[in-house]
Design a protein around this ligand. Structure first.
Ligand code: AMP
Ligand code: ZN
Length: 726
């Protein structure tokens, strides 16, 4: 039987169920106002493995996963009064219902792609408001909750064991300080069960306390007890759910229905991306389609999650994902080869496979130690068991791993001409005509086939998307993988660095204009393809082949803005380095004017659109002629040798905003002037990196970057022009 870490008791325990033979499992499901990101998906994968492990132990599992849809909101939002579903609907110009339906469908598709077994029920919050009202009524009757001003609050002080799950008893106080204290609450720790509808609100329901809508915690208490009863076995979520969500759920449920709501609480650790917490506001939030767009199979993400214990953080990188993809492909290749060789799944009648089976199960049952289970599976695959036996065992193990290896075809249907080529190659090989045979192989590979020669003859399958992607061109995952020319002498007069963050049309317009107007200037273009997936990468490759001045560096995913630019900076070898934004169009001979402005060695930065500030807090005043406090990133030129003095860009800036100011100040703080000339032959077009964002995102991203800027330069008023004049 599975033993697993129970957050409630802070120890690993054997799963015991209320009803023998049946496990009742509840998983806190998605909020459907956006796509689930891969961190969320990691949590659902964990729940899926818990379920598979229980089923493997012979239990019947009843699995319920809620969908938090329209009209509900996470507690923080509730306290502040904004509803993400509604905000998202407004932003997208759709109704909240449409938004929720769209993302609910997307969620089910993501789960299916990850081979997550569908829950037996996916109750939607909006369809269970009555049940929530009933639970709230009961809490009020029993004296655990009190209505106030159209709202209803849970009275934390009345429920003595509060804090048992998270150890957090004073957390509510913190909340009271952070969020504006709600005067209707008797105690800042009290949380909202029901919230009266403010005027003009669309999504609202009748209740004994007037029209309004329920809180988030109550949603899970009501729906889980409705479908799984008042005593359940396992409740899952990510670690961020522990407090306040699950703490609140326990309090409400046990206050309403008595002790023993859920025996075991299982929490998955977070997924980090590139070493930091994944968040939209950090620009490092990935969804499943981002992985697919880069040639990885969703199941490779599942494989990756198998390689790290659920209680450990997983640092997601595209490099790690690609290794996982290769591991998965190797397993599939094995299954394919065994099946092709006519090995059928055979029963393990002499018990030689038993040892592998035992090892595998022991690892799974040991607090879901899937990394060890996976290596047991690999050990078995590489063992000397007969192939048919291995096939049977592997597919059995895959019942838990969930990599859908059974779907590996025995053979791939090959077109006639491919079959002919394979046959032709065999003839060459049998006559030892190796050159011809290699040539045929290359042709097959060019056509998209992967050929493996085995004892039983050649095996041919289509290349995996990742194999295709990786053959196209080399790609880097971080700036550390490119060598730096910062200390090397210049080999051209100019380097122009352009970063492509998708928006192929912009990249085209920018570079075509630049190249057309550069005449015979000694120029290199360093194009950084920042993980684009809209064809910009292909277009740049074409340009590079056609124009020897162009070099392209591909990133295998979207790096932070400063990281991508630093790749360009370190790869440049021009005397004058120009950063051009893809939204800018070059309409005349730009480079000589910039070079002339930089002749004056007191000038550090030259460009088109400068900016001024009186107080370092506001940068509203654009400067199109003469000295400025900072240069905007649309066109930003400097003598490359200065990089050694001022340093590269600060990579904590993942989003572009304020990065240009920050970089300008690196020059300003060393006494260099910043010179603007708005009459440069440039046209500014729509800046899609900005216009593509929603209002909330813009604000959040900007605020963070501004904070970074202020932290470093906030007390350097002296660097402003206004200081020297004043
Ligand atoms: P949410 O939609 O934010 O409620 O999250 C859905 C599920 O994903 C919850 O179980 C969260 O605890 C979990 N979760 C959120 N962020 C992450 C992350 N970065 N890594 C792993 N799980 C997460
Ligand atoms: Zn929940």
């Amino acid at each position: 039987m599975l033993r697993i870490y129970n957050t409630l008791r802070r120890r690993v325990e054997e799963v015991a169920t209320v009803e023998p033979g049946v496990a009742r499992v509840y998983t806190c499901g998605p909020t459907v106002y956006r796509h689930a990101h891969i961190g969320n998906l990691r949590s659902y994968l964990m729940a899926d493995w818990v379920r598979r492990a229980l089923e493997h132990s012979g239990l019947r599992v009843l699995h319920v996963k809620n969908v938090t849809d329209v009209g509900h909101m996470r507690q923080e939002q509730l306290e502040r009064g904004g509803d993400k579903v509604i905000l998202a609907a407004l932003a997208e110009g759709k109704t909240p219902r449409e938004i929720a339906d769209f993302y609910t469908q997307a969620f089910h598709r993501d789960e299916a792609k990850l081979n997550i077994l569908p829950a037996h029920r996916y109750p939607k919050a909006t369809e269970h408001v009555e049940a929530m009202v009933r639970v709230i009524e009961r809490l009020v009757e029993k004296g655990y909750a009190y209505p106030a001003g159209g709202n209803v609050y849970f009275q934390v002080a009345r429920y003595e064991p509060y804090g048992q799950l998270s150890g957090n008893v004073g957390g509510g106080l913190m909340e009271g300080i952070r969020v504006e204290a709600d005067p209707l609450k008797r105690d800042p720790r009290d949380f909202t069960l029901w919230k009266g509808a403010e005027g003009g609100r669309e999504m609202k329901w009748d209740s004994p306390w007037g029209e309004g809508f329920p809180g988030w915690h109550i949603e899970c208490s009501a729906m889980s007890t409705q479908y799984l009863g008042e005593k359940q076995d396992i409740h899952t979520g990510g670690v961020d759910n522990i407090f306040p969500h699950h703490e609140g759920e326990i309090a409400q449920s046990e206050a309403a229905f008595g002790a023993g709501y859920s025996r075991c609480w299982v929490h998955g650790q977070h997924l980090l991306a590139d070493g930091v917490k994944m968040a939209k506001s950090a620009g490092n939030e990935f969804i499943l389609s981002d992985l697919e767009a880069r040639g990885c199979d969703p199941l490779a993400f599942r494989y990756l999650c198998l390689t790290v214990k659920y209680r450990h953080r997983l640092n997601f990188t595209f490099n790690a994902l690609k290794s996982a993809q290769r591991g998965l492909t190797r397993l599939r290749d094995r299954v394919w080869a065994w099946r092709r060789a006519g090995s059928h799944q055979v029963p393990d009648d002499d018990g030689r496979g038993e040892e592998w089976r035992r090892r595998f199960r022991a690892a799974v049952e040991d607090d879901l130690d899937l990394p060890t289970a996976l290596s047991a599976a690999w050990g078995m695959v590489k063992s000397d068991l007969p192939e048919g036996r291995k096939l049977g065992l592997l597919l059995e193990m895959d019942g838990i791993l969930g990599l859908d290896l059974a779907a590996t075809p025995k053979d791939f249907s090959l077109p006639r001409e491919t079959l002919d080529l394979i046959a032709e190659r065999e003839v060459c090989r049998s006559r030892s005509l190796y050159e011809e045979s290699d040539e045929t192989r290359r042709r097959l590979e060019r056509d998209g086939w992967r050929v493996r020669d085995t004892g039983e003859g050649p095996m041919t399958r289509p290349k995996t998307p990742l194999e295709v992607v990786e053959e196209r061109w080399p790609a880097v995952s971080s700036p550390r993988e490119v060598s730096s020319y910062v200390d090397s002498p210049s080999i051209t007069e100019f380097s122009v660095v352009v970063t492509a963050n998708d928006y192929v049309e912009d990249v085209k317009r920018c570079l075509e204009g630049l190249l057309q107007w550069s005449g015979d200037a000694s120029l290199e273009v360093v194009a950084v393809d920042n993980g684009s997936t809209d064809g910009a990468a292909e277009w740049l490759e074409g340009l590079k082949d056609a124009d020897p001045r162009v070099r392209v560096i591909h990133c295998d995913h979207r790096l932070g803005e400063a990281q991508a630019k630093n790749i360009g900076l370190t790869q440049s070898r021009g005397r004058v380095l120009v950063l051009l934004d893809a939204s800018v169009e070059v309409t005349g001979p730009l480079l000589p004017i910039l070079a002339a402005a930089l002749k004056d060695h007191r000038v550090g930065v030259a460009g088109a659109w400068g900016i001024r500030s009186e107080d370092l807090r506001h940068f509203h005043e654009e400067v199109v002629s003469g000295e400025a406090d900072a240069m905007q990133g649309y066109c930003f030129a400097f003598r490359r040798e200065l990089l050694r003095e001022v340093g590269l860009m600060r990579e904590c800036f993942r989003f572009y905003r304020n990065l240009d100011l920050d970089f300008s100040f690196q020059f300003r703080s060393r006494g260099y002037r910043v010179l603007a000339d708005g009459s440069l032959p440039l046209t500014r077009h729509e800046h899609r990196q900005w216009t593509a964002l929603g209002e909330e995102e813009r604000e959040q991203l900007s605020r963070r970057n501004f904070k970074r800027f202020l932290q470093r330069w906030g007390d350097r008023q002296d660097l402003l022009l206004s200081a020297s004049k004043g």
